[in-house]
Design a protein around this ligand. Structure first.
Ligand SMILES: [Zn+2]
Length: 377
């Protein structure tokens, strides 16, 4: 059975009312589940301590971040990525961040201790946080800490990042690590933050051919996206056969996302999640830890993560969304709420460049498989 991890303190990682990384997204999911009459059995994590974070972040970085969070001034703030629009300095920001990291770490522990085979952590996914650099709304890298915990127990771990942005922080921390395979599917860095995640970023030394990147064309649609998943992720994990899969389940590849340009519908997300479940059962010993991530269309993201919850719990998907939920959030956000869990089909007009984009993505699969062929023996 899937265990769900969450703590109300997660909401304290709030970067401001105008900031796209809104805690309301998760609140909307829980509220929707409640209105659908679904029981959520939640495990609350402890926060990690600043010392716990030294496994993945530099001591000085942690010290500076904690000081900034208390309202102290630090000369290194800018060099460490703070004070930008993406990563503003917010009082108390590390409290929520450390609870979220604690949640992802707890998920890893539940798997290692064989308490469960599937975990859904309703937070985390801070894939852009680097050793000594905050970036892309991320401060502490929960994913890296959880993966490191598992490899320290002797596990081989695979990381699948379906957020529309490249999972650069996680990739970098394990670039030479032979025990970790990272796979990131994202909109090409030619068009999107953080500008990395190219095909040739394959890992270094013993980690070579274990770091995979799929920089997709803007306006890639669901069918082409799933073809890439099938063409690369399936053979990669059939070959690597990890002890567990960690999934950063960002919802920002959705077509309505205001920060990116992939074209997935909720129907595509349903197919994507079901395919990932199949991969977990066939090639990852049935063990998986899902975290959240990006997703900036609040009306799409709340539905997509609800979908993930329902599918992980084997609950039949409702068609219509409860009126009470719609009304409440319509008033709170001042924008219309969709009537249905799934997007209407057709959700958008087919784009004229589709054949060209599909062809480009097909070539991507072939080129990547050619690059790693010599190492995947
Ligand atoms: Zn993202």
């Amino acid at each position: 059975m899937c265990k769900v991890i969450y703590h109300p303190k997660y909401g304290e990682y709030d970067l401001g009312a105008e900031h796209p990384f809104s805690p309301l997204r998760v609140e909307m999911v829980f509220d929707l589940l409640k209105e659908l009459g679904i029981q959520t059995d939640i495990i609350q994590p402890e926060p990690v301590t600043p010392e716990d974070l030294e496994v993945i972040h530099s001591k000085n970085y942690i010290e500076v971040v904690e000081a900034l969070s208390k309202g102290e001034k630090r000369a290194e703030a800018e060099a460490y990525g703070f004070g930008t629009q993406d990563n503003p300095i917010v009082l108390g920001m590390t409290e929520g961040a450390r609870y979220q990291v604690g949640g992802t770490l707890l998920g890893a522990k539940l798997l290692v201790e064989n308490k469960t085979h599937k975990v859904l952590q309703f937070g985390g996914g801070f894939h852009h946080a680097h050793k000594s650099l905050a970036a892309g709304f991320c401060t502490y890298n929960d994913l890296a800490l959880a993966i490191k915990y598992m490899t320290d127990q002797g596990w081989h771990v695979a990381y699948l990042d379906v957020d529309v942005h490249h999972g650069d922080g996680v990739q970098e921390m394990f670039y030479s690590d032979e025990n970790v395979m990272t796979i990131s599917m994202h909109e090409s860095g030619e068009y999107l933050f953080p500008g990395t995640g190219w095909l040739h970023e394959l890992g270094r030394g013993m980690g070579r051919s274990l770091k995979l990147n799929l920089p997709l064309e803007p306006f890639t649609e669901g069918d082409s996206y799933l073809e890439v998943l099938e063409g690369v992720v399936v053979p990669a994990l059939e070959w690597f056969r990890p002890d567990a899969l960690v999934i950063q389940a960002g919802a920002d590849p959705h077509f309505s996302d205001p920060l990116a340009d992939l074209m997935l519908t909720t129907h595509d997300f349903e197919k994507l999640y079901k395919k990932i479940f199949e991969i977990i059962d066939n090639n990852c010993k049935g063990r998986a830890l899902f975290t959240l991530g990006g997703g900036y269309s609040i009306t799409a993201t709340s539905r997509i993560w609800t979908l993930l919850f329902l599918l992980l719990h084997n609950i039949d998907l409702p068609d219509k969304l409860p009126e009470k939920w719609r009304k409440r959030w319509q008033e709170k956000l001042g924008k219309p709420m969709p009537k249905y869990l799934h997007d209407k089909i057709p959700a958008y007009d087919p784009i004229p460049r589709k054949p060209e984009i599909d062809r480009h993505n097909k070539e991507l699969i072939q080129r990547l498989l050619d690059y790693v062929a010599a190492d995947w023996l």
